[in-house]
Ligand binder design. Structure first.
Ligand code: FES
Length: 114
């Protein structure tokens, strides 16, 4: 099994997220109120690190570079965002947040050949 402990449940406040390294895989752990979500550490638009550009408010994550937004619970894009957030499966056990990592999730970025 590939469940790994990412952090303690108390490490991430409700409606916020933090970056953690889990067995060499960097990810953002978000506390969405009824549980936790885990995303790759970068914005799916232009690879901006979400620990710098991400703003959590009211269950919505906004990247402040170009204002792409996502529903933090589902990862679904809102407004101008064109790609959903990739998500790892998570669970909470014994006060710890565990993430199921089979392989590192990465976005595909278009090469700009022009
Ligand atoms: S880099 Fe995040 S919205 Fe553009």
């Amino acid at each position: 099994m590939n469940w790994k402990v990412a952090c303690a449940a108390g490490d991430v406040a409700v409606d916020s997220m933090k970056r953690f390294d889990v067995d060499g895989v960097s990810l953002m752990i978000a506390n969405v109120g009824d549980g936790f979500r885990a995303y790759p550490p970068v914005c799916p638009h232009m690879e901006e690190y979400l620990e710098n550009s991400g703003i959590c408010a009211g269950g919505v994550l906004t990247c402040d570079r170009h204002l792409w937004q996502w529903d933090m619970k589902t990862g679904e894009p809102q407004g101008p965002a064109e790609k959903p957030l990739l998500m790892y499966e998570t669970k909470e056990e014994g006060g710890e947040v565990l993430v199921f990592i089979e392989q590192e999730l990465e976005y595909e970025f278009d090469d700009d050949d022009d």
